[in-house]
Design a protein around this ligand. Structure first.
Ligand code: FMN
Length: 293
């Protein structure tokens, strides 16, 4: 975030005490070109009890109401509401959704194949086992068994730091926030990643928004292990690019990927001599503390 300024302030004396309404302008141009966000904040005494935020990427060009105008309307409505019925504003109204989910793990493995006993799932189990052997906590997320909807492109995550779509993303976000190593185990589908993995990656814009707005530095590492039916490098060109872009967006440093072609039947991966050792050693390198790569 490049700058924050209070644009206007108004105090209100009520039988419930003193309230202040502030309009704050944040310049988010460091994240996206020209992006600004207006936040209207209600304070009871010094405690922040309510916030409303809107950013310029939510408002279409040529709209009769620009972002500032909309923020001014909310400011005026809140001024009226707090003056006429201050009661509800004496306690905090929290709109940030808590993120449900299991206990955080050191290593998160995103398994993107619908085949629960397929090649990607087998590789995920090797990675999970290797992390456990190294004394780390590890969790495999079977993305195809979760309810993940596509990104709406609403940019609301830049307002509140969470996504309004109601599905299984919150535990994934929480897991990624806590993990120091992310492993993606995926098949190649039509030259790229399966739709559910792409949806997860798009929805992680939410995590990107949080990290950027909060100025959080990320030190996690990442590993892609991809399988394909065809041999050679060609099936992996798009997959590696997409996964690199995803990890780069989140500040995750990707290691050299492990790419395995010529697999089609459900457990083909077990038939390739030395492959299990190759996958395990790629992971072990990333689990070694002295490797800061
Ligand atoms: C819908 C679909 C699309 C696929 N597209 C490709 C492809 O573009 N290139 C390729 O080499 N293999 C492709 N494959 C083959 C899979 O990548 C391959 O069978 C892989 O081993 C499946 O991994 P899994 O056992 O983890 O599901 C495709 C398979 C499916 C079901």
């Amino acid at each position: 975030m490049t700058g924050s300024a209070v644009v206007k302030t108004q105090s209100i004396e009520t039988p419930e005490g003193t309230f202040t309404i502030r309009l704050i302008l944040d310049d988010l141009g460091g994240i996206y070109p020209g992006m600004v966000r207006y936040t209207v904040e209600v304070l009871h005494g010094t405690e922040s009890v309510y916030t409303y935020a809107i950013n310029s990427y939510e408002v279409p060009p040529g709209s009769p109401f620009d972002t500032r105008r909309l923020a001014d309307i909310v400011f005026a409505r809140l001024l009226h509401d707090v003056t006429s019925r201050p009661g509800p504003y004496t306690r905090q109204r929290v709109f940030t959704r808590p993120l449900p989910g299991a206990t955080p793990a050191d290593v998160i493995i995103l398994q993107a194949s619908p085949r629960r006993l397929g090649n990607s799932a087998k590789i995920a189990s090797w990675c999970d086992d290797e992390a456990t052997r190294a004394g780390l906590s590890s969790r495999v997320l079977y993305l195809q068994e979760m309810d993940i909807r596509p990104c709406l492109g609403c940019y609301a995550c830049y307002d509140y730091g969470y996504c309004p779509v109601d599905d299984d993303m919150p535990p994934i976000i929480r897991a990624l926030e806590a993990a120091s190593l992310l492993v993606i185990c995926t098949p190649v589908y039509t030259g790229t990643v399966p739709a559910v993995l792409k949806a997860v990656m798009d929805r992680c814009q939410w995590l990107h928004a949080r990290e950027k707005v909060l100025g959080k530095e990320v030190h996690a590492r990442g590993l892609l292990v991809a399988v394909a039916g065809r041999r050679g490098n060609e099936p992996f060109v798009c997959v590696t690019r997409v996964v690199d872009a995803f990890m780069g967006n989140l500040g995750i440093h990707p290691a050299d990927p492990v790419l395995i072609g010529g697999l089609d039947r459900i457990r083909d991966v077990e038939l390739i001599e030395g492959l299990e050792g190759r996958v395990r050693s790629a992971l072990r390198i990333l689990l070694t503390p002295e490797d800061e790569g």
